[in-house]
Design a protein around this ligand. Structure first.
Ligand code: GLU
Length: 437
């Protein structure tokens, strides 16, 4: 029996490692392809091909039942040539150093493409938040923050929400970080994290910024084809912050959400699912959409093959791959998640002429919002929702146009265009400054 369990655990570990390696492999393959295309300086290629720092912390936390449990947390800092490291923290059973590496690298490209004064990082804790009470999550978050110590900071590395973390998580990080400072400098540190609740220095509109950006990119793309969102059908994978807000804006503009999938259920309704009603249903159920009566539950394996105009993957990485890319019926894919399509999946989609608005552009509304929050805190200002949304729209539209221009100029796909702008900007910074010493 014991042998059997050991073998099972070993198999599970192998499966997990294979999956994690695939996401990292994906980002490295993309990097290699772009570096060759732009003939990236070979020395700079070496620098951007590795991560600057990889912090792994094991820390103890007392559970509600008095038992002490050890957790493993990560923060991978890929590159800070353009400014302090920036990127989210995710709480998920599958996060590990390999995933964090891939996600940190994507953050470097994202902030560079967005024209922000930030580098890239990502991290998180290996856990399933559904297994913990709010009090436990608070203690875990605070102890993780304490363990990270000076590896984070308003001018060093600025975390933000990501999968399964939210403004409350950021408020705990902020409070813990500030509490370790001397009283006179505490209030100077509110921009150590972004995505905070509005009452704690957060930015009006940061909650919807990522989903709004996804919607805006889709709208701009359709407009360039002489089309609008009115009457279009879309399907969404993931009904977290990004999926909820993207579908909200899409429906507001006249599109119809005909299917939505999360880890618990896949829902379909040809006449359209109401995102507001679904959100009211899922919120008290730890985010699960299962059991919603405003749609029919269907077989999860049929999701990607549903006929629709737009597909928004807004869950985890590597969801669209060799085995399912061929079945996708959507006319456009807008990446709300980070890395939802593997390299081989993408090749199939491009061959089939299905355009993909890549994650580093499509979901960059979030980090653009984060930048405004950071600025607002730095300057001691408070901006209105209207002002923030206008700023995000302006910045993202400019970035969208840059990528659109590069697609036309170089005759490449959208991901390649976005990457080449992002990487060239960092290359220029290194070329101008040289390498110390
Ligand atoms: N986690 C988000 C992302 O992947 C936001 C990062 C941030 O605002 O720093 O882009």
């Amino acid at each position: 029996m014991q042998n059997y369990i050991a073998k099972f655990i070993n198999n599970m570990n192998q499966i997990k490692e294979k999956k994690a390696a695939t996401m990292y492999e994906n980002v490295m393959q993309q990097y290699e392809q772009v570096a060759n295309f732009i003939e990236l300086n070979h020395n700079i290629k070496k620098i951007l091909g590795i991560t600057n720092n990889e912090i792994v912390v094991n820390f103890p936390v007392k559970m509600d039942n008095g038992e002490v449990k050890i957790f493993t947390g990560y923060r991978v800092q890929h590159n800070n040539a353009l400014g302090p490291y920036k990127g989210g923290l995710r709480y998920h059973p599958t996060i590990d150093v390999n995933d964090a590496r891939a996600l940190a690298m994507w953050m470097t490209w994202k902030t560079s493409l967005a024209g922000l004064p930030f580098g890239g990082a990502k991290g998180g804790i290996q856990l399933d938040p559904r297994d913990h009470s709010l009090a436990e999550l608070e203690r875990i978050t605070r102890r993780f923050t304490y363990a990270l110590g000076e590896n984070i900071g308003p001018d060093q590395d600025i975390p933000a929400p990501d999968v399964n973390t939210n403004p409350q998580t950021m408020a705990w990080i902020l409070d813990t970080y500030m509490s370790t400072k001397s009283p006179s400098s505490r209030s100077l540190n509110s921009h150590v994290v972004t995505g905070k609740p509005v009452g704690s220095g957060g930015l009006e509109g940061r909650d919807r910024a990522t989903g709004f950006g996804v919607f805006l990119c889709i709208k701009l793309y359709l407009a360039s084809q002489g089309e609008s969102l009115s009457g279009k059908t879309f399907i969404v994978q993931g009904f977290g912050n990004v999926g909820q807000w993207a579908s909200h804006f899409m429906v507001e503009e006249g599109a119809r959400m005909i299917a939505v999938q999360d880890a618990h259920a896949t829902l379909y309704h040809a006449k359209g699912i109401d995102p507001a009603a679904l959100q009211l249903h899922s919120a008290p159920r730890k985010g699960s959409i299962a059991g919603f009566t405003g749609a029919e539950e269907i077989d999860p394996s049929t999701f990607f093959g549903l006929a629709c105009d737009i597909l928004i993957p807004a869950a985890l990485g590597n969801q669209i791959h060799l085995d399912n890319a061929g079945s996708i019926e959507a006319r456009l894919i807008a990446e709300g998640a980070n890395g939802p399509i593997t390299k081989d999946g993408e090749e199939i989609l491009l061959e089939r002429n299905i355009p993909i608005i890549p994650d580093i552009l499509c979901n960059s509304g979030g980090v653009i919002g984060s930048y405004f929050e950071w600025l607002q805190n730095r300057h001691g200002e408070i901006w209105s929702l209207e002002e923030v949304m206008q700023k995000i729209e302006k910045k993202l539209t400019e970035n969208y146009r840059k990528v659109e221009g590069a697609v036309q100029e170089h005759g490449v796909d959208w991901r390649m265009a976005a990457y080449l702008i992002a990487i060239k900007r960092i290359e220029l910074a290194y070329t101008q400054r040289g390498i110390f010493p």
